[in-house]
Ligand binder design. Sequence first.
Ligand SMILES: Nc1ncnc2c1ncn2[C@@H]1O[C@H](COP(=O)(O)OP(=O)(O)OP(=O)(O)O)[C@@H](O)[C@H]1O
Ligand SMILES: [Mg+2]
Length: 622
Amino acid sequence: MAKLSRSIRETLFWWRPINGDSDVGHYFELFKRLLGYIRPYLFPQLVFAVAAMLLNGSVNGMIPLLIKKIINTIATIPSSKTTGASVQAMHLLAAEILIVFIVRAATDFLSDYLTTYLGMEIAMDLRGEFNDRLQRLPLSFFNWRSTGGLIAHALSDVQAASSVVHDTLFSLIGDSVTLVALVVGLFWMDWRFAIIAFVVFPLAVLPVIGVARRVRKMYRNAQKRLADVTTLMQEAIQGCRVVKAFGMEEYECARFRDQLARQLRMLRRVLRIGSFTDPLIEVLGAIAVVTTLWYGTDLVLAGARSPGTFAGFIGAMLIVYKPFKRIAGTNNSIQQGLVSAERVFRVIDHPPEPYETPGAIELPNGPHRLEMRNVSFRYAPNGALVLRNINLSIGAGEVAALVGMSGGGKSTLADLVPRFYDPEQGMVLIDGVDIRKFTLKSLRSQIAVVSQSTFLFNDTIRANIAYGGPGKSLDEIIAAAKQANAHDFIMRLPNGYDTTVGELGVRLSGGERQRIAIARALLKNAPILILDEPTSNLDSEAERVVQDAIERLMENRTTLVIAHRLSTIRRADRIYVIVSGEILEQGTHEELIAMDGAYRRLCDLQFYAPELVEMPSRLAMS
Ligand SMILES: Nc1ncnc2c1ncn2[C@@H]1O[C@H](COP(=O)(O)OP(=O)(O)OP(=O)(O)O)[C@@H](O)[C@H]1O
Ligand SMILES: [Mg+2]
C-alpha cells in the first residue's frame, strides 16, 4: 500500500526530488554537455540533417491535405459535367502524391543516415576521450575499479550516451516537426475539428515524464549488473588455469548464470516501464480516432464537413500516432543515456596524474643519486600506514637491496620512485631535488622498472622489447635481447623476433617472459633501475640464465632492488631490512649477519642449504 502510494506520488509529482535521485538540473547539465559533442559536426552534417528533418516533417504534414484532395476529387468525378477536367486534376494529384512520397523517402533516408552516423562519430569521440583520460589516471584510481566495469563504461555506456544525441535529434527534432506540421495542417483545414481530435494527446505527456526518474534508477542498477557480468567473464577467462586446476568450472558457470539472471531481472523492470508508454499512447490514439469518427460522422451527415476533410483527419490521426509514440519512447532511452553519460563523465572528469608543480623542471640524463627522507605512506586516506619514516640513500651507480617479510611494504616503497604514488609525508629525492619538482615525463624517462610479475603485450617479441625504446632499431633490440640471454631462445621460435607471444605472454615460459622484460629494461637504458626481483620457481639452469641477465641489467645503474636471491643481496652495496613498513636494520650482508637480528633470521628462513652453509664461514672471516 505504501509502495503504491509512493509510486502514485512519484508519478504525479515527477518534478519534485525524491530520495535525492531527481536532480533535474544535474541531468539537464549532462544533457547539454552531451549535445556539446555535436559541435565539430555542425556543418555540413548537422545542417543537412536538420534541413532533411524539416523538409520531411513538412511533407508529412501535407499528407492529410492530400487525402482530403483525393477524396474530394474522386467525389466530384461521377457528378461532374466536365469529366475531362476532373481526370486532369486527378493526374495532377497523382504527380503531387508521387513527388511528396519521393521527397519523404529521400529525407527519411538522409535524416536517419546523417543522425545515426553523427551518433557513431560522437561515440568514437567519447570513447577516445575516455581512453585518453584512462591512460593518464593515477594507479590509485585502478585499485578501486574493476577492469570489467571500466570496459563496460567504455563500450556499453558510451554507446548509450551517444544514442542520446541521435535520439534527441532524430526523434525530438524530426518527429516534433512532423507533429507540429500535422497539427498546423489540421488546424488550417478545420480548427474546431482539430481541437476535438487533439484534446486527448496532451494527457499523455504527464505520465511519460513521470516515469523518467524511475527509468534512470532502474537502468543505473541494470548497468551495474552489466559491469559485474563483464568482470566475472574477464576473470573467468584470465583465471582459466586456476578454474581448471581447482575443478571450479561448474561453480563459475553457476556464478555467471546467476549474475546474468540478476541483470535480466533489472532489465525486465526497465523494459516494463518502457513498454508501458507505447500502449498508453495507443489507447489515447484510439480514443482520438473514435472521437473523430463519432463526431465527424455526424458533421458529414449534416453536410457541415466534406468527406475529404473527414478522411484527411482520420489519416492524420493514424500518422500522428507514430511520431508521438516515438517521442514518448525516446524519453526513456534519453534517460538511460543520461545515466550512462554520468558514468562516462565521472571517469573523464577524474583528475589525471600529472600533479606536476607549476614550472616543473626537466631531470637531465645521467647517473643519479637516489634518496628518501622521512617517507611515510598509506594507500587509503584513513587506512593504516604502510610505510613509516623511511630514510635511505643510494649513491650514483650503487645497488641497494630491500629485503623483508612478505607484505612489509617493499613494492610500495619502490612504487614511490617513479611516482606511481606520492608519499604522505617526507620526500623522495634525486640528486638532492624533490622528485615532485621534475616533469613526470623526464622523471620516468630516467627510470627503468622491472616488476615482480612480468607483463607482456599480446604482440610480437620485437614489439614487446621495443616498448622500452620505441625509436630503437632492430639491431639495438637484438643487442638488448642478447644481453638479457634471450636471443638464443627467440631465434629458436618459429618466427624469431616476429613471433607473437599471446595474451600476457602465455606462449612463453616464465623464465623466457622474465628475460623479455629484462631486455625491455636494458633497451630503455635508464640510469635508475627499480627491480622487483621475480620470485618464480625456476629450475637452477633457468635461474642462472635469468640471474645473469639481471646482473648485466644492474651494471652501472643506480639500482633499488627488492631482492629474493642471496646472490643479488650479497652484491648490494647496502641492504635495508623492511619489516611492517619500517627499516629495521641496514648495512652490508656481513654486517647484518654479524648483528644476528631480523636479517639473520630472514636468511635462515628464506635461503636454502648450500647458501647457508657458506654463510657461517664468511661470517667467521669477517
Ligand atoms: N594497491 C594497494 N592498495 C591498498 N593496499 C595495498 C596495495 N598494495 C599493497 N597494499 C598493502 O600494503 C602492504 C605492503 O604491500 P607491498 O606490496 O608493498 O609488500 P611487499 O613487501 O612488496 O610484499 P611481497 O614481498 O610479498 O611482495 C600490504 O599490507 C598490502 O596489503
Ligand atoms: Mg612486493
